[in-house]
Ligand binder design. Structure first.
Ligand code: ATP
Length: 364
């Protein structure tokens, strides 16, 4: 009998609902055509607009729904004009990371033929690597805890053995899955600044200990500054990169940049028991309400969700559907049938989603 998965959907702010609708529609069509699994979507209110209305950014009921679900599909959240009293932005997605202990921020960086990357890929090299950003500690641990006086400001970075061990285990497991799927050579690179900071030497030591447990995979190190350079000069050398929260924050935007824009960058925040899938971009209030937002980052995040659930619950058809959806988006980008304005075309959000669905039907 088909297993039904409960999906909590956070539509979010700005373009959030506009890109959520076609994504949920695609997921419903895919799962509806498959006898091995079913998806049940429940919408959860949260975000800046919700805060403006009610004074609460992430209601307890929504958090409870997230905890009880099998996976969480989250669109963009936050609005520049809506802030907490202390001036900080409304970001329930960061609260969810902390509440659900989502330590691994997975940011795939892929460039397919025809994709408008600012890189000159004359040799036609395929770019397909994954950046894993630790998402619960590092320098972000200091968020809201900084010490600021008239003459001095201090923020303290925290790296723990327990989280680092979980993080590196996850990174090697992902490299193994990619190797089996033929997506990578099975290599994990620890990105740090171990030549300057003791905390990163500690991080690297834990990485090396984990690497020894995976003789079937290879492991190396790179300094974060050199990694930024190589992501532009020769990104094809990477497979799985794993790094601290702040370094990962910066490198993932660089990754989105080389992919040709935020509209194509998906992500997942994964813990041992929960996972949130959401596009890397924000709520883009400058284009909200016009039906022109690029839905691909959100649709690719949904594809990651299917692959994650399929692997976790050993439902091959579900993983296969996730991969097929990813290929369908690649096709809609490569052949230009889904080119939205941010990519230099004139497709609407719905046109782009339809192009992905048509490409998917062509595979079937
Ligand atoms: P946040 O801090 O919340 O992540 P941000 O400051 O990075 O947000 P975004 O909301 O991501 O900002 O928008 C940055 C720019 O990218 C804007 O000009 C926006 O219109 C554009 N943009 C973001 N997402 C998309 C999308 N899906 N389709 C088209 N343009 C987008």
């Amino acid at each position: 009998m088909a297993k039904t998965f409960e999906i909590a959907v956070f539509e979010g702010d700005g373009i959030g609902p506009e890109i959520t609708a076609p994504t949920v529609d695609i997921l419903a069509q895919i799962s509806g055509a498959n006898a091995d699994y079913a998806l049940n979507f429940t919408y959860a209110p949260a975000g800046a607009a919700h805060y403006a209305k009610t004074g609460v950014a992430l209601p307890q009921e929504s958090l409870k729904l997230a905890r009880q679900s099998d996976a969480i599909l989250l669109s963009a959240m936050g609005l520049p004009a809506v802030r907490y009293e202390d001036g900080t932005e409304i970001s329930p997605q960061i609260d969810l990371r902390r509440e659900l202990d989502l330590f691994a921020g997975v940011r795939p960086v892929r460039i397919v033929p025809g994709q408008r990357s600012p890189l000159k890929l004359d040799g036609g090299q395929a770019i397909d690597f994954v950046l894993i950003r630790e998402s619960t500690e590092g320098l972000f641990y200091s968020q809201g805890r900084g010490d600021v006086s008239v003459d001095e400001a201090r923020e303290t970075l925290v790296i723990t053995r327990a989280t680092s061990e979980k993080l590196f285990r996850f990174a090697f497991e992902l490299a193994r899955q990619r190797k089996v799927a033929g997506s990578g050579p099975g290599k994990v690179t620890c990105v740090d600044k171990a030549n300057v900071f003791r905390a990163f030497a500690f991080f690297r030591e834990i990485f090396d200990a984990e690497a020894k447990r995976h003789p079937d995979l290879s492991a190396d190190h790179a300094y974060v500054d050199a990694t930024a350079l190589w992501m532009v000069e020769r990104p094809w050398v990477f497979d799985v990169l794993v790094t601290e929260n702040m370094f990962g924050d910066i490198l993932s935007d660089l990754g989105a940049g080389i992919m040709g824009g935020l509209g194509l960058a998906p992500s997942a925040d994964i813990g041992e028991h929960h996972a949130v899938f959401q596009p890397c971009h924000g709520s883009a209030p400058d284009i909200a309400g016009r039906g022109v937002a690029n839905p691909f980052a959100m649709i690719l995040s949904a594809a990651m969700m299917l692959e994650w659930l399929g692997t976790r619950h050993e439902i091959a058809a579900m993983s296969k559907d996730g991969a097929a959806l990813r290929f369908a988006v690649d096709r809609a980008i490569s052949d230009g049938s889904g080119t939205t304005r941010d990519l230099g075309g004139n497709c609407s959000t719905q046109d782009a989603a339809t192009a992905a669905l048509e490409a998917l039907a062509a595979f079937a």
